[in-house]
Design a protein. Structure first.
Lengths: 142, 475
């Protein structure tokens, strides 16, 4: 794991999503300096179009080899996002489940998976690409 | 008794050879290192080191050469003076890594002269102001070998007791004051009579002196133990699991009724049944727990055959940091898409040795997640439930791959430079050396020149503080 690039990602997430006016911390991570397995983001704002809710909680699993070189100038990247269950999408005037999210839903679990499978990235890519990809999926989750 | 050991990668040792006109022949005589012909004018080499503390033993691990520019070193026939800029930069590098080694040579006998003492005192005064807590090892090569002193502060000094050279051509140990490198080793020549005729006394003597760390003693790890017990006498076994019924058909050393017993204890019993004088330490936690890290730091060679790539990745990182040669074993039974017919039964042995390619550069690829995330994946059905238990596996491929690894280990101890990546195909009954397929990734954090190799106990680059999360949301 490239801690330097991960720190840059955390700073970026804080700049983008923490609400300093209201004192809301919307980006969190483990306090441990040597181990980080996921970055939970409560109250993540989802695209307004056709969504039932304005916010949902996310948790971004951090691969242990995040940003390690993968050959050919590429680097290992985030793979998927855990999303709070219950997010629904309006289709033909009705609220329906988001298909790719319900596949892994289990009772008793608060989160489910959205597989984005970005896997590899370039030397200058940061977490914004993952969030943008996720927002794009929520804007049109088919 | 406290001991101080310098562990130095072969690649770094080669630089010392070139600069200080050293002469050695590791293959015939591990202890034979001396200045062949003094090469005036005087020369000084510096490299940063990491530190590994194991009880009261201090291991100083070679990390990175301090590069010098034209004009950094003023050289004459009898002294070399380092520029203030070079000293300051090297002290900063020592603060980051954990310590500094300064090397020079004498044309005659190796000893600390009065001039050396004065220069060392001045250097230590500044070094420990800039890098408090660092260590400074001063090495002097001479016609009879080398002498070294380790400083942990301006007033705290102790002699260097041992030098270990780790590299692709084997593990060599050198005890200063024992210039012929004579091994004092009690070897049961009657017991090992036939083996001695194959590998010779030197290899067997080295094998019986080494401490082997076997991380994960499941099907593969137990097979490794089962072969290695005929050569080694000192083992550290790391595995958190207990024996279950479905393990029995693949676990070497299993006896009827062992269900519920820690796997490490089963293997300990098997080793002691063969050799009651063997030393076996069981650590019943998962690598990299603090206990397993402490135990592994005291090992000379690591062998790991876990189910999860996450453990391999962590062992790879550990082996790079502490300059431990490490074998990474894996087997897989590949099924057809319907999951009914076996398509291939394969195994692989990857060998990382400091200075060579790490396990990641040899193909340990893909996204590797923390076990907490994998556990969540299992709970939600994203990762197949009980994937490890449900994976098909057979003892024959485990034994074949374990044999391949131990054979490669013996080749390594005998100094034969050979394969670092072996691929075994049980369906075709053949193995291939695929070492040539891989190249070092220039930015590899483990084995590239700017990587973490030799950093030892030094803290990795800290993560941003202040996340404000104490408990895992996922768990």
């Amino acid at each position: 794991m490239n801690n330097h690039r991960l720190n840059q990602d955390l700073k970026l997430l804080i700049a983008l999503y923490d609400n300093t006016k209201r004192g809301q911390k919307n980006v969190r991570w483990n306090k441990s300096k040597i181990e980080i397995d996921h970055v939970p983001m409560p109250r993540h704002i989802v695209p307004l179009r056709d969504q039932e809710r304005r916010t949902c909680s996310l948790s971004i699993p951090i691969p242990v080899n995040l940003y390690d070189p993968a050959g050919n100038g590429q680097y290992h990247y985030y793979n998927n996002i855990m999303v709070e269950k219950g997010l629904r999408w309006r289709r033909d005037g009705r609220l329906v489940d988001i298909p790719r999210m319900t596949r892994y839903e289990k009772q008793g679990e608060r989160f489910t998976w959205v597989c984005l499978h970005l896997n590899l990235c370039g030397p200058n890519t940061n977490i914004e690409t993952l969030i943008r990809e996720f927002q794009r999926f929520l804007a049109s989750p088919t | 008794m406290s001991r101080t050991v310098l562990v130095i990668p072969e690649t770094l040792m080669e630089v010392l050879h070139d600069r200080h006109a050293l002469e050695s022949d590791h293959t015939r005589d591990p202890g034979y290192v001396r200045v062949a012909h003094p090469a005036p004018p005087e020369q000084v080499t510096m490299f940063t080191v990491g530190v590994s503390r194991i009880g009261d033993r201090l291991e100083v691990l070679g990390h990175r050469l301090v590069e010098t520019q034209e004009g950094d070193v003023e050289r004459s026939m009898c002294f070399a003076r380092l520029s203030a800029e070079l000293q300051y930069e090297s002290f900063l590098a020592a603060r980051e890594a954990g310590g500094l080694v300064t090397v020079h040579h004498h044309p005659g006998k190796e000893f600390f002269s009065g001039q050396d003492r004065v220069a060392l005192a001045a250097m230590n005064h500044h070094l420990f102001q800039i890098a408090p807590g660092a260590v400074h090892l001063a090495l002097i090569f001479g016609s009879g070998g080398l002498v070294g002193e380790v400083w942990e502060g301006p007033e705290s000094v102790r002699p260097l007791d041992e030098v270990r050279i780790v590299g692709l051509h084997g593990l060599h140990r050198w005890v200063p004051g024992n210039p012929i490198g004579e091994e004092i080793c009690r070897l049961d020549t009657e017991l090992h009579d036939r083996t001695l005729r194959v590998y010779g006394r030197e290899v067997m003597a080295v094998a019986t002196r080494l401490r082997f760390g076997i991380i994960s003693v499941g099907g593969l790890g137990s097979a490794v133990c089962d072969v290695l017990k005929y050569f080694g006498t000192d083992f550290v076994l790391v595995d958190p699991d207990r024996v279950e019924r479905h393990n029995a058909a693949r676990l070497a050393g299993y006896r009827h009724g062992d269900e519920g017993v820690p796997k490490t204890e089963v293997l300990r019993r098997a080793i002691l049944d063969y050799n009651p004088r063997a030393r076996v330490l069981c650590v019943n936690t998962a690598f990299p727990s603090p206990e397993s890290i402490e135990a592994a730091k005291d090992c000379d060679i690591l062998l790991c055959g876990p189910d999860a790539d996450w453990v391999r990745y962590e062992v790879n990182r550990f082996a790079a940091r502490y300059l431990k040669p490490a074998f990474f074993l894996g087997t897989e039974v590949k099924l057809d898409p319907e999951g009914e017919r076996v398509r291939r039964i394969v195994g692989q042995v990857r060998f990382f040795v400091p200075g060579g390619l790490c396990c990641v550069c040899q193909g340990l690829d893909g996204v590797i997640h923390h076990p907490k995330v994998m556990e969540f994946g299992r709970r939600t059905g994203y990762v197949k439930q009980d994937a490890a238990a449900a994976t098909p596996s057979i003892v024959t491929v485990n034994v074949a791959v374990a044999n391949l690894a131990v054979t490669r280990l013996l080749h390594y101890l005998s100094g034969r430079p050979a394969a670092t990546n072996l691929y075994y195909d049980e369906m075709d009954l053949r193995w291939d050396n695929i070492s040539g397929l891989y190249q070092r990734r220039p930015e590899c954090p483990f084995c590239a020149p700017r990587g973490i190799a030799g950093l030892g106990d030094g803290e990795p680059a800290a993560l941003l503080e202040g996340g404000g999360l104490d408990e895992s949301v996922v768990a």
